[in-house]
Design a binder for this molecule. Structure first.
Ligand code: MRU
Length: 348
C-alpha cells in the first residue's frame, strides 16, 4: 500500500492535502512561509500528531529560506520556530520535531548549510515515520483474530501521518492478511475526522466501513459487535496514560467494562518521558464556533456557553496494549514503557 499524499516538499514550499476540504474536494495548498503553515496547522488543513510534527520539520526549512542572512538570522529563524510551537499544544510530535530541527540548526555555520541540513533532517523524519507505520502495522495485525470487526476513533490513518497511519496501519495490514470483516468509524464530533477522513481513507482502500455517532459506540461494544478497539495517540506519558481525540476515554471505559481489547498505536515520536502521567498533558481547548455553527447553519442559541476540549486522557489501566514500532507494550505502565524506550534517544 502506498502512502497518501498528505504532505510533500516541493523545493521551495510544503504542499499539503487540505483536509478541511475532504471528503468533497481533493485540493492542495502550498505553504511558502511559516505564517501560512502555522495557519494550516491551527485550522487542521494538516492534522494528526505525526503529520503535524513532520509539517513543522519542513516548516523549519521554510523558516531558514524566508529569513534574510545577516546579523538577525539566528534570532529571526528561532522566532519562526516559536511560532510553529505555538500552534497546537497537545501532540508532542510537534515539539520533538521542532527540537530536533533546532539541534540540527545549531550545528550549522551559515544559512545555506542550515537549509540543506534542515531539509535532510525533515526528509529523514518523514522516512522514519513511514517505516514506523509499516512496523506498527505488522505488530498490531498479529494481535487480531480472523474475521475481526474493529472500532476506531478520529483519523489515525495516512492523513494523520507521513505514512500509512498508526491505528489504520494496523487495519490496512490486517485487511491484507484477511483478518478484517468490517471497520466501524466514530464520526468524531465536532470536526468529524472519523466520518470525513477515516471513511474516505478506508473506502479508497476498499475496506468496508460503517460510520456511527460517537454516542452509539458504547452500545455497539456492549452488544458484542466489536472484537477490538484500535486508536492512535497524540502523547504517551511515562506511565502509559495516553492523550487522544476527545471521545477516546469513554470508548476505553466501555471496552474495559465489556472485556473488549483496547489497543493504542503510537510511534516512538509520540512518547514523552518528561510527562509523568496523563494529568500533566496540556489539553487543547478549541473555539466556540466549532460547536455553534455548521456551515451557514447556527446550532447554538445566543447566550449558551461551551466547553470544547480537543483531546482527553485515557489511563494506562484501561489500555490492553500500546503498539509502537519497536514492539508491543502490555500491560502499559511506567516499567514496561521505560523498558521499551530503553536505549532510544532519538526523541527524548
Ligand atoms: O485534532 P486532530 O485531528 O489533529 O487529532 C488527531 C488525533 O487525535 C489522532 O487520533 C492522533 O493524532 C493520532 S493519529 C496518528
Amino acid at each position: 500500500m502506498d502512502p497518501l499524499p498528505t504532505l510533500k516538499w516541493k523545493g521551495d514550499s510544503l504542499r499539503l492535502l487540505d483536509q478541511r476540504e475532504l471528503p468533497c474536494n481533493e485540493v492542495y495548498i502550498d505553504c511558502r512561509d511559516v505564517n501560512s503553515l502555522a495557519g494550516a496547522i491551527r485550522t487542521l488543513a494538516v492534522r494528526g500528531a505525526p503529520a503535524i510534527g513532520i509539517a513543522a520539520a519542513y516548516g523549519a526549512v521554510l523558516a531558514a529560506i524566508t529569513t534574510d542572512s545577516g546579523p538577525d538570522f539566528i534570532e529571526g529563524f528561532q522566532a519562526k520556530l516559536d511560532k510553529l510551537s505555538g500552534t497546537r499544544p497537545t501532540a508532542v510530535n510537534l515539539f520533538h520535531c521542532i527540537e530536533i530541527q533546532r539541534e540540527v540548526f545549531r550545528k550549522t555555520g551559515n544559512r545555506e548549510d542550515a537549509i540543506k541540513a534542515l531539509l535532510e533532517s525533515a526528509d529523514d523524519l518523514l522516512a522514519q515515520d513511514l517505516d514506523a507505520s509499516r512496523s506498527m502495522g505488522r505488530l498490531g495485525a498479529e494481535l487480531l483474530k480472523p474475521d475481526s470487526t474493529v472500532l476506531t476513533h478520529c483519523n489515525a490513518g495516512g492523513l494523520a501521518t507521513a505514512g500509512l497511519g498508526t491505528a489504520l496501519a494496523v487495519i490496512y495490514e490486517a485487511w491484507d492478511r484477511g483478518l478484517i470483516r468490517k471497520v466501524y468509524a466514530d464520526e468524531t464530533r465536532p470536526l468529524l475526522q472519523g466520518s470525513r477522513l477515516t471513511s474516505w481513507e478506508l473506502i479508497r482502500a476498499g475496506i468496508p466501513v460503517d460510520v456511527l455517532p460517537d454516542s452509539a459506540a458504547a452500545s455497539l461494544i456492549r452488544d458484542g459487535r466489536i472484537d477490538a478497539v484500535i486508536v492512535g495517540s497524540d502523547r504517551v506519558a511515562a506511565n502509559g496514560d495516553i492523550a487522544n481525540k476527545i471521545g477516546t476515554y469513554p470508548l476505553a471505559l466501555a471496552a474495559l467494562k465489556h472485556g473488549v481489547p483496547f489497543y493504542v498505536v503510537a510511534p516512538l515520536s509520540t512518547f514523552d518521558l518528561s510527562t509523568n502521567t496523563g494529568s500533566e498533558i496540556i489539553i487543547e481547548q478549541r473555539s466556540r464556533v466549532e460547536l455553534s455553527s455548521y456551515g451557514e447553519r447556527q446550532l447554538l442559541p445566543e447566550g449558551a456557553g461551551y466547553w470544547n476540549p480537543a483531546f482527553d486522557v485515557t489511563p494506562a489501566a484501561a489500555i490492553t496494549a500500546i503498539i509502537c514500532e519497536k514492539g508491543v507494550i502490555s500491560p502499559p505502565c511506567e516499567k514496561t514503557v521505560r523498558n521499551m524506550l530503553d536505549g532510544v534517544d532519538m526523541f527524548l
